[in-house]
Design a binder for this molecule. Structure first.
Ligand SMILES: [Zn+2]
Length: 172
């Protein structure tokens, strides 16, 4: 299941399903491993990890279905970050003696990288990032805008503004 060339492009449907499969596999390791550490005082962290995993699993599914994926992928990215932190936390507390947790930790890192690549390709598709991967932002309110809007605004208003802020400026 591991990626040999280190690059992922998400234009093809099977690549998107690859993440879904990866997250599914992660769960197959995670569930029994969490079951082993499910003692009273550890219940909270076990429950947190299970909830975070369920959210990740659901968001990957939703992102695959949705036409506009960026918001879902951003949420997914945040949830993966929280899951990684809590896995580390459980490990530092000495709860994760299971050798499977190394597999789980590597698995979630891989999923995180795939989601990062996916998000980048979605942003490129919608024209909201430049060649260096930097987002086009409204200089007044900070909203993400497309290159086309940014170029138009720079020509007509002398700076990069979203539609709403362009309207505000032209009213004055
Ligand atoms: Zn704005």
């Amino acid at each position: 299941m591991s990626d040999k060339n280190g690059h992922r492009h998400f234009s093809k449907a099977y690549e998107k399903l690859f993440i879904q499969q990866k997250v599914y596999d992660l769960g197959l390791y995670l569930w029994p491993a969490l079951g082993k550490i499910n003692k009273e005082q550890r219940f909270v962290i076990v429950q947190t990890l299970m909830q975070e995993f369920n959210e990740i699993k659901k968001l990957v599914f939703v992102a695959n279905k949705k036409y506009s994926k960026k918001d879902t992928l951003r949420k997914l990215d945040t949830e993966i970050g929280a899951f990684k932190m809590d896995i580390q936390w459980a490990n530092d507390l000495g709860y994760l003696k299971d050798p499977q947790f190394e597999v789980i930790a590597n698995c979630i890192i891989e999923v995180g990288q795939m989601v990062g690549g996916w998000l980048k390709s979605e942003r490129e598709k919608s024209g909201t990032i430049d060649a260096d991967g930097k987002e086009y932002l409204c200089s007044a309110c900070g909203a993400v805008i497309t290159k086309r809007i940014s170029d138009y605004s720079s020509t007509h208003f002398g700076r990069s503004l979203c539609y709403a802020c362009q309207k505000k400026v032209s009213k004055k």
